[in-house]
Ligand binder design. Structure first.
Ligand code: ZN
Length: 685
């Protein structure tokens, strides 16, 4: 299930537009720039590591790397992401240069990128790419006709228009794929935005209504009409938000599992023509589907009866335009940036167009772009050395499970079976996705995007009723992120995340194990966090714990939940200990495993200090430097509500306080902030 994937980061693609300026004019890189995985210049040695280890390891970096104006946060990951974009830009400009010699893949990515960069044509085509859909909305006569319209719009725009449809692994039989329906249809980032009563939240809602009005005006409404319509959109969305599950609820896979037949769905929400919906979308025949949020669909049903058809036209017109704004003319792009990125997340400047076009190419044709990328940056030797590290960390996990003093032999056996079944996806897929059926032209960016979206939509729908393809990749090879998927029971490390400074083949093992080793351990631990531990070796939602072991496990995760709930994200907003629990458990478990694996890999080596730092100190500094970062307060506020990951400083300091190996490495003394007395140390895995 995509919504319960546990990724290392919240990978953010900032969508919006304007003229290329500032950093945008820098020339594309011929090669990825090199930064070491441990950089003493990034440290601030005036800080006592036993008082604030994150600041000690990252203080220099924070000072030297202020937030760029077009970013909402900036970090070591963000910088690699940026270097990677610059490198991909070079690849794409070469591909776009044309010429009869281009192979199919080069032509696909080159023409898509060229069409995106041709802003004059995008402007001249105005609303043309979406006009037929706007006409279909305008032609709606009764809410009975709304089903097939929604099917059509969801298919074209690939996001949740009113609600979301997707294909998931059956939670009870992970080898089979089934249809799934989920909540959606909101314009603000989360349902909580509609109800919080603090002054800032009220202001956000007022600004949102202004944004809706502005988008409707851009489509030709008078300010007066658009103002009334914006209030209608807000009222309808608030009703949908009220019936939506919270982020915390969504971490409980049982709250998302409601399997039913189409006839049950018709009883649940009879105002939608469900057989017609699945027929319009040409679903393969199926017996059961899953509905993640039944209460939400009851509310949709109620709204369909209550709201006149004119209101639905307004709601749909706004959502189509707002979701497609990044691909339209500059006035739409600017308004989209202004609200969704500048106001909600704090960026001052829009990303230059080339940067957005690189990201759109990756998002739409990622495995075509990935083929070229991998041939340039991911050698067979690199694949071998990272696979070796993965195996060592899996061995450490096995050892750790066998040593646990709180788990019974029966549960240990199950855990070891699950560990042995984990698949490792490293670098890139063995078989590449073929986009040759997608028509890509050099002069119709909006159309190219819609056609690529339909290709993906069709690919997803066609999976229903078929067995799972374990060779398929969910992330594109250039992605600078990693994840664990509990239903696939696999860990995913694309080539983009195995580059310096995260994985640095030139440096000693210590910082590499602290950094990428910790990330591999993090993803492995997700298989056994509060959420992943509910899935068995095959990826089925099935309990494999004895009741006693589960109780002991829950008591241990409660320790982590309480620890992080004390931390303050921004102003008076505390972290949500429950929302961030899985990530915090994975951060701690990951680093413990990486330390064990590193000690094992180094056992016959005579390690010496480098730059005045012992090997153990280098391990921990390598760890901390994976996440050196600066964030805007707006971004910190949003993430405290929506992001299951804790802020960087707690992802580092919150882990090392629970590792006695850390206080030994830096000779910290009892009573110092980074030293937990033994009775307060949280230990899960
Ligand atoms: Zn994670």
């Amino acid at each position: 299930m995509r919504n319960i994937l546990c990724s290392l980061l919240l990978t953010v693609i900032v969508l919006s537009l304007a003229v290329a300026q500032g950093r945008g004019q820098s020339a594309p890189e011929p090669a990825l720039p090199y930064t070491p995985s441990l950089d003493v210049k990034s440290m601030d040695k005036s800080i006592d590591p036993c008082v604030n280890f994150y600041q000690y390891s990252c203080g220099g970096w924070k000072k030297e790397n202020p937030l760029p104006p077009d970013e909402t946060s900036w970090s070591v990951y963000g910088k690699l992401f940026e270097d990677n974009l610059n490198f991909l830009r070079g690849v794409l400009e070469q591909a776009a240069a044309g010429g009869g010699q281009r192979d199919k893949v080069t032509q696909e990515i080159g023409d898509f990128y060229a069409a995106c960069m041709d802003e004059a044509t995008v402007e001249q085509r105005a609303l043309a790419p979406i006009q037929s859909d706007l006409d279909a909305i305008a032609g709606l006569h009764s809410s009975r006709e709304i089903t097939s319209l929604i099917a059509r719009l969801q298919f074209a725009y690939g996001r949740s228009i009113l609600f979301a449809h997707e294909t998931i692994q059956d939670p009870d039989d992970s080898e089979q794929q089934i249809a799934d329906l989920d909540q959606g249809g909101l314009g603000l980032p989360d349902r909580d935005y509609y109800f919080k009563e603090d002054a800032k939240s009220k202001e956000i809602r007022e600004r949102y209504v202004q944004h809706v009005q502005k988008v409707l005006e851009l489509m030709g409404e008078s300010p007066e009409t658009a103002g009334k319509e914006a209030a209608t959109v807000m009222r309808m969305e608030t009703a949908l938000a009220k019936a939506s599950l919270t982020q915390v609820d969504r971490r409980d896979p049982y709250k998302l599992k409601h399997k039913m037949q189409v006839a049950d769905l018709t009883r649940l929400a009879p105002n939608l023509d469900w057989p017609g919906y699945f027929g319009d979308l040409q679903y393969p025949p199926f017996a059961t589907l899953n509905v993640m949020a039944p209460a939400f669909f009851k509310e949709v049903n109620r709204l369909l009866a209550r709201e006149p058809v004119e209101n639905w036209k307004t709601y749909l017109r706004y959502h189509v335009a707002d979701s497609f704004s990044p691909y339209l003319s500059p006035k739409f792009v600017d308004e989209n940036f202004d609200f969704h990125v500048r106001y909600l997340r704090g960026a001052n400047e829009i990303e230059p167009r080339w940067k957005r076009c690189v990201q759109y190419t990756d998002a739409n044709l990622g495995e075509a772009l990935g083929q070229v990328y991998v041939s340039k940056v991911f050698s067979p030797e690199l694949k071998q050395s990272t696979l070796d590290m993965v195996r060592r960390i899996e061995d450490a996990m096995g050892q750790r499970i066998r040593q646990l003093d709180w788990m019974s032999p029966e549960t240990k056996q199950q855990a070891l079976t699950k560990l042995a079944a984990i698949r490792n996806k490293i670098g890139y897929p063995d078989k590449w996705r073929d986009y040759s059926s997608v028509t890509i032209t050099r002069n119709d960016f909006g159309g190219d995007t819609l056609r690529a979206g339909e290709f993906e939509g069709r690919r997803q729908i066609n999976k229903v009723g078929k067995p799972v393809d374990h060779a398929e990749w969910d992330m594109t090879p250039p992605t600078v992120d990693a994840d664990y998927d509990p239903q696939m029971n696999d860990i995913n490390f694309p080539a983009g995340v195995l580059q310096p400074p995260l994985y640095d083949a030139k440096l000693d093992d210590a910082p590499n194990y602290g950094d990428t080793g910790g990330t591999i351990g993090h993803e492995l631990t997700h298989a056994f966090d509060d959420e992943g531990s509910q899935f068995d070796a095959k990826g089925n939602l099935k309990n494999w714990w004895t009741p006693q072991d589960r109780k002991r496990f829950d008591a241990r995760t409660q320790c982590v939940q309480n620890q992080y709930a004390q931390y303050v994200a921004v102003e008076d907003i505390h972290l949500n200990g429950k929302l961030t629990l899985g990530e915090n458990v994975a951060d701690l478990g990951g680093e413990i495993l990486a330390y064990m694996a590193w000690k094992d890999a180094a056992k016959d080596k005579d390690l010496q200090p480098i730059d005045g730092l012992t090997p153990e100190q280098r391990f921990f500094i390598g760890f901390a430097q994976w996440d050196c970062s600066n964030e805007r307060p707006e971004e910190e506020r949003m993430r405290a509500t929506t992001d299951p990951h804790s802020p960087a400083k707690y992802r580092i300091n919150g882990v090392v306080v629970n590792m006695p190996e850390f206080s030994q490495a830096f000779s910290c003394k009892a009573g110092q902030p980074m030293v937990n007395p033994p009775e307060k140390v949280c230990k899960v895995w």
